[in-house]
Design a protein around this ligand. Structure first.
Ligand code: 4AZ
Length: 240
């Protein structure tokens, strides 16, 4: 996250850290993506973030916190039309089904909560929140502390302006941030949520997806448009 501040414990209780076991090191797991807990057994993330373990309820990646729960990923569903090109990522969404050691799912607490899915659009210019442990201007390795930042929803015609992303934007994505640069998501934040609040309810409205580098002028972050995928998500997570 560029231009963010340390998130208070419990402020983003749906935030997940998706981690892999590094091939060489024996030093435990490595954070690779963010995610959002949308049901006790399901994390929503970006299309390339899968097959790993999921940690919920933590803010500091550098230590094991009492509020944390670590769950195994037992099923990964990547969108059937997920597609990466050199210029864009389409239908950038995946669902991870979780299982705890005791065979159950995530247990909700003050630090672990599901987030609602947005079913309707928020107006352009709405103030929404992004969070993650990704790259910052200070560290190319990312932040050990969860950071969050406020971003503004950017109109689709602005996002598809040739000066911004032109034809590489479709209706499965949107831009958020600032055309002046500065505040943005970055590598390692991908898969994490962009949430917007209405009448004291937080909604997952976007998934950190891509962008031309981070925090640069006329290159805001691009997010998967969750409203476009609500029926797909509900169908895939309905389960037996
Ligand atoms: C990435 O590489 C990435 N500035 C994520 C977000 C943004 C750019 C790159 C948006 O995962």
């Amino acid at each position: 996250i560029y231009g963010g501040l340390k998130a208070l414990p419990g402020a983003q209780p749906w935030q997940a850290s998706i981690q892999i076991r590094p091939k060489v090191s024996t030093l435990g797991f490595k954070h690779i993506c963010g995610g959002a807990l949308i049901k006790p057994c399901w994390v929503m993330t970006a299309g390339h973030c899968h097959d790993f373990q999921v940690v919920l309820g933590g803010v500091d990646l550098g230590k094991v916190e009492p509020s944390e729960q670590t769950l195994e990923v037992v099923e990964t569903i990547v969108h059937e039309q997920y597609r990466e090109t050199p210029e864009s990522v389409y239908n950038d969404i995946a669902l991870l089904r979780l299982r705890a050691k005791d065979g159950r799912c995530a247990k909700e607490s003050q630090f672990i909560r599901t987030v609602c899915l947005a079913k309707e659009s928020f107006p352009d210019g709405s103030e929404c929140k992004i969070s993650g442990w990704g790259v910052t201007p200070e560290s190319q390795y990312g932040s050990s502390q969860l950071l969050d930042a406020e971003v503004l929803l950017i109109a689709q015609d602005v996002c598809s302006d040739p000066k911004v992303y032109g034809k590489f934007i479709d209706n499965t994505m949107f831009c958020a941030g600032y055309l002046d640069g500065g505040v943005d998501s970055c590598q390692g934040d991908s898969g994490g949520p962009l949430t917007c609040e209405k009448e004291q309810v937080h909604y997952a409205y976007g998934i950190v997806s891509w962008g031309d580098s981070c925090g640069q002028k006329n290159k805001p972050g691009v997010y998967t448009r969750v409203t476009h995928f609500v029926d797909w998500i509900n169908a895939k997570t309905a389960g037996p």
